[in-house]
Design a binder for this molecule. Structure first.
Ligand code: HEM
Length: 485
């Protein structure tokens, strides 16, 4: 019996010595009262992970722009100032936070979680494929998928509809078509196994990410969750393998017998790449295209559903956008250049991405001693960047919870907010590679839907409750009616 206090004391001293540097950083920062050994784990454990970004924002109000939480022996530091965020996002010694690495079964070593020489190589290879002059060619093909969405919405005859699923199908088809040259046609199906597999795998991966008990691969691979995930991943991987093989064959035929001009897409860039005379392996290619689908479809769907929600909720915004579209007399198949000339459309999308920060937080891991915002951090700390908090900070945005597209209109004499307070696509070297692509998709969709329909909120719509899973969503969905104009 008398051994217990001694054992605990020895464990305490051992932890103290091992974690001394970490403790020093933790002690120097404000934060809620932390219990010995447990830290704030009890408090964090009680929070619903879906609403944690709101709690992080509240803690900023209590403890200032930089504060800490202890999760047992792990130190989490929250950065809420634009300047610290800028420094963190440019710090080459930081890696993506370890929880993101749990996406590996789906996206392997794809751009979103890779680092070091592999990330540099892939980022250099793929950046040119996202240039505006190449995205320009996508507009026509995206239009085909938007036509299908319009038909689907027309068929509701103004009855109320939850918009997320139809938007997801449209964007999945459009992204796979334009970036990989394949037709999934999920919009034409009542039930698509591909959509189900993407939804379920994302849900299961998120379940794992928020459960610290499943962080070990060894434990995770012995759970039902893993077996369910593997089943869905098999559907996704075999679909993507087919997409790759079909396109590789097409490229080969084109090279043998050139017929007409084939505009190269993202998948072509990967298939044609050579490093030290070696092509990328099929697995490397699949990792990257799964990354595009994973990082691109859910995010753009969420953003578009909030655009439609805002248009329906604020009819004056809808009317002002319609006036702008009328003034510019855009054709049905408007291209990127004409869409980029619409300042109110641009301001509307910017405000939606601020107000409903689609990726509310991101995390980085310190790997060695580094200085951010004048404070020294040792290795082993998780730094959380609260993009939602920054975008709702009254220091940067007067009346931050009001929806005001006008705050982005230079013509109305408004000064832009400081850099790195507005980072819906993150910033620094890891800035979202697909940002222009998603803006093109959103502008095309928004302009077309506002021209075709009056958007109205369903009377049954409960007040909007935000919830963060992989991305920010409306907890109870977004129910709208589309009344043909
Ligand atoms: C509204 C839509 C989108 C939003 C809000 C968004 C947001 C983000 C954010 C915040 C990051 C950085 C994460 C971090 O720093 O930890 C990111 C990275 C990334 N995004 Fe997006 N994204 C969107 C659309 C897309 C699309 C359409 C694609 C591709 C088709 C894409 C592909 C990627 C990739 C590959 C990365 C990793 C970049 C790197 O680390 O080098 N995203 N995105």
């Amino acid at each position: 019996m008398a051994l217990w206090p001694l054992l605990l004391l020895t464990l305490g001293v051992w932890l103290l010595l091992r974690k001394w540097k970490l403790l020093k950083v933790g002690i120097s920062l404000p934060g809620p009262w932390a219990f010995p050994l447990l830290g704030n784990a009890q408090m964090v454990g009680k929070l619903k992970p879906e609403f944690i970004f709101l709690v992080f924002t509240e803690l900023r109000d209590r403890f200032g722009s930089t504060y800490r939480l202890w999760l047992g022996p792990q130190l989490w530091v929250f950065l809420h100032s634009a300047e610290e965020t800028r420094q963190a996002l440019h710090d080459p010694t930081l890696l993506k936070a370890e929880t993101f690495l749990q996406l590996e079964p789906l996206i392997g070593n794809g751009l979103l979680i890779s680092h070091g020489a592999h990330w540099t190589r892939q980022r250099r290879l793929l950046t040119p494929a996202f240039q505006p002059q190449l995205l320009r060619y996508f507009a026509k093909d995206i239009g085909k998928h938007v036509d299908r969405l319009v038909s689907r919405l027309e068929s509701t005859k103004g009855a109320c509809l939850e918009v997320t699923d139809p938007l997801f199908a449209c964007l999945l088809d459009a992204i796979v078509d334009t970036s990989m040259g394949a037709q999934l046609d999920t919009q034409l199906m009542d039930h698509s196994p591909a959509i189900q597999a993407f939804h379920l795998s994302s849900k299961l991966l998120f379940k794992r990410m928020i459960n610290p008990l499943l962080s070990s691969d060894w434990i995770f691979q012995r759970t039902q969750l893993w077996r369910d995930l593997s089943e869905q991943l098999q559907v996704i991987h075999s679909l993507m393998d087919q997409v790759i093989e079909q396109r590789a064959k097409k490229l080969e035929e084109q090279q043998k017998e050139p017929s007409g001009k084939l505009h190269h897409n993202l998948l072509d860039t990967l298939l044609l790449a050579r490093f030290e005379d070696q092509p990328l392996s099929r697995k490397e290619i699949r990792d990257e295209i799964n990354t595009f689908v994973f990082a691109g479809v859910d995010t753009t769907t969420a953003a578009m559903s909030f655009v439609l929600y805002a248009l329906a909720k604020y009819p004056e915004t809808q009317s002002r956008l319609r006036e702008e579209l009328k003034l510019h007399q855009l054709p049905k198949d408007a291209d990127l250049d004409s869409l980029n000339e619409l300042p109110y459309l641009e301001a509307l999308i910017k405000e939606v991405l601020r107000m409903y920060t689609i990726v509310p937080t991101t995390g980085r891991q310190t790997t060695r001693t580094t200085v951010i915002g004048g404070r020294t951090y040792c290795a082993g700390i998780t730094l959380w960047i609260n993009m939602y908090g920054l975008a709702h900070d009254s220091l940067y945005y007067p009346d931050p919870y009001a929806f005001k597209p006008e705050r982005w209109l230079a013509s109305e004499g408004v000064n832009p907010p400081p850099a790195f307070s507005y980072i819906p696509f993150s910033g620094g070297p890891h800035v979202c590679i697909g940002r222009r692509y998603s803006l093109l998709l959103m502008k095309l969709l928004t302009a077309r839907l506002v021209n075709e329909f009056d958007l109205r909120l369903s009377p049954e719509n409960a007040p909007l409750k935000l919830q963060a899973q992989m991305v920010l969503k409306a907890r109870d969905g977004i129910n709208l009616s589309f009344v043909k104009r």
